[in-house]
Write a new protein. Structure first.
Ligand code: GSH
Length: 229
């Protein structure tokens, strides 16, 4: 095995699994249940934040954490699903989108998912959740505009980790949240090019293979359903 993916079904590790399946590399996985506060000492040694995902690269024995860091690491190491350093223009575009997905889209959604952790006051939690939803809708308008030149994928002609990262965030936004899911299918209908991209992505064999390994049934990104359990 080249890698071990530490995971909890339908958590941020799902994005990494999409990338591993697209790359066709050999990996196994290790289930880590529960919330970060309850995770065991061995896991905290791999990632002191207690957060998933963690990917161990068996070439180095090193654990890598943080979704975007793992995606960048894999795309660089395997020369696919991203853009090479040598192509400065494409690389700049890749890094810009990947970092935005990580430090803005995913981060805002996390606030909405865990709004109950922000405050015990229900009114505050609802406000945080609503704010997270509004911010995400603003970001989706940017991605819709990006697809406006007819490109099939966010970075252009080829699918990339950015497509999967955005799609997974939108899946979770329709399913989870302490207060309420951030988005509905109706919200997504305002972005038809994005919907077309998600439709293509959720039919890819790698996407379906990754989902099935986490007990997730189709459809993956548009009107998804929660996995059982
Ligand atoms: N900044 C981290 C966030 C990852 C994250 O939110 N992980 C969630 C799973 S979706 C987690 O481990 N949550 C457990 C908890 O907060 O108790 C990343 O990008 O990887």
């Amino acid at each position: 095995m080249a890698y071990t993916l530490f995971y909890n079904p339908d958590s941020a590790n799902l994005v990494i699994r999409f990338a591993l399946e697209e790359l066709g590399v050999a990996y196994d996985d290790h289930l880590v249940a529960g919330r970060r506060t309850g995770r065991d000492a061995a896991f905290h040694k791999l990632n002191p934040t207690g957060l998933l995902p963690v990917l161990v690269d068996h070439d180095t024995g090193q654990p890598i954490a943080e979704t975007a860091a793992i995606l960048l690491y894999l795309s660089d190491k395997h020369g696919a699903l991203g853009a090479p350093v040598e192509d400065a223009a494409a690389r700049g575009e890749y890094l810009r989108r990947l970092f935005h997905l990580s430090n803005t889209v995913h981060a805002y959604l996390r606030l909405g998912f865990y709004a109950d952790r922000v405050s015990d006051d229900r009114t505050v939690a609802v406000g945080v959740s609503d704010w997270s939803c509004r911010q995400t809708l603003e970001d989706l308008a940017i991605y819709e505009e990006l697809l406006g030149d007819g490109r099939p994928w966010l970075l252009g002609a080829a699918v990339s980790v950015c497509d999967y990262y955005l799609a997974a965030c939108l899946r979770w936004a329709q399913l989870y949240g302490d207060v309420a899911p951030a988005l509905s299918r109706g919200d997504l209908e305002r972005f038809p090019k994005l919907v077309a991209m998600l439709t293509r992505l959720q039919e890819r064999p790698a996407a379906l293979a990754a989902a099935s390994k986490e007990g997730i049934a189709a459809p993956l990104f548009l009107s998804p359903v929660r996995p059982a359990g």
